[in-house]
Design a protein around this ligand. Structure first.
Ligand code: GLV
Ligand code: MG
Length: 314
């Protein structure tokens, strides 16, 4: 039981599709849309009037639909509501082992993650569940950002840390009505500090790091541009609110074939240098490579392979 490796921890999450738990129709469609990760939402995409009935819909979708290799997650309500404990107990007691993780929104402190961890441990012991439920934590308040380092270290169930730009814009009282899009009047990226801070905290703790939603659903080119920001910083993926967004996001968060092939070439050249020539640094074309180059290249190879890429014939 405890300690068993989680199926989803190292699976790709380039695209993370949000599906309202109250919509029978959208739940039914979700597995076939090509997202690496799907989360069935009990939180902000569900009306307060539907919160309770959504729990059963979500459980049925988990147990009755074929989810393939998708990372499968349920977003429960935040601890500052009355719904969280029943969301967790109802879903985890009734969902099959196919459920990989729970997502906890609006996380403000490490204690909130620890509380969820303890509740999950008891449910797993009671039900005899074989696989451990992982946790995805959303940073989307000023206090959450201040505490993000402790939050990322709060539990070994944590698999990802996620930035939630919409709630974050609300929490910091930014004068915008849409969170997580470009602000042309601002000279630079108004979330750069936030993106970097979350990335450092996540990476320092071995977590995948995910960017949240892009709310202008029809603006796919703008989505591509915006997603590129976090991709370049080193994020693993981004949320999708609509099937059209999944495709764009998968593309953005997959290495190009050229990068993928070059990474293999670097690994080969470096292996030859260190093993055959007993050198730690060598020339690769007109640039010097060393152990750090190997680490960078490995990341491209593993991301590409997770995305189903293969090396071009040379
Ligand atoms: C996501 O939950 C967000 O608030 O951006
Ligand atoms: Mg939110």
């Amino acid at each position: 039981m405890a300690g068993m490796s989680e199926r989803s921890r190292n699976l790709p999450r380039r695209s993370c599709l949000s599906v309202p738990g109250s919509s029978e129709k959208m739940l039914a469609k979700a597995p076939g849309l090509g997202a690496d990760m799907v989360f069935l939402d009990l939180e902000d995409a569900v009306s307060p009037l539907e919160k309770e009935s959504a729990r059963d819909r979500v459980v049925r979708a988990i147990n009755e639909q074929d989810w393939g290799e998708t990372v499968l997650c349920v977003r429960v309500n935040a601890w500052d509501t009355k719904w969280t404990y029943r969301d967790v107990i109802h879903v985890v007691e009734n969902a099959s082992e196919r459920l990989d993780e729970l997502m906890l929104p609006k996380v403000q402190s490490a204690a909130e993650v620890q509380a969820l961890d303890m509740l999950l441990t008891q449910i797993e012991q009671t039900t005899g569940r074989q696989s451990r439920i992982g946790i995805e934590a959303q940073i989307e308040t000023a206090r959450g950002l201040i505490n993000v380092e402790e939050i990322c270290a709060a539990s070994d169930r944590l698999e990802t840390i996620i930035f939630g730009p919409a709630d974050f814009a609300a929490s910091t009282e930014m004068p915008v009505l849409t969170g997580g899009v470009q602000i042309p009047e601002y000279p630079g990226d108004h979330f750069h500090y936030v993106f970097s801070k979350i990335l450092m905290a996540g990476r320092a703790n071995g977590l995948q790091v995910i960017d949240g939603p892009y709310l202008k659903i029809r603006e796919l080119d703008a989505l591509r541009d915006y997603a590129m920001r976090t991709r370049i910083l080193g994020y693993d993926g981004k949320w999708a609110l609509h099937p059209d967004q999944v495709k764009v996001i998968n593309e953005v968060f997959t290495p190009t074939q050229e990068q993928f092939d070059r990474a293999f070439d670097i690994l080969e050249a470096y292996e030859k240098a260190t093993v055959e020539e007993r050198k730690g640094a060598v020339m690769f074309g007109d640039e010097m490579i060393d152990e750090a180059s190997r680490k960078m290249a490995i990341k491209f190879v593993s991301r590409g392979e997770r995305a189903g890429m293969t090396r071009s014939a040379s």
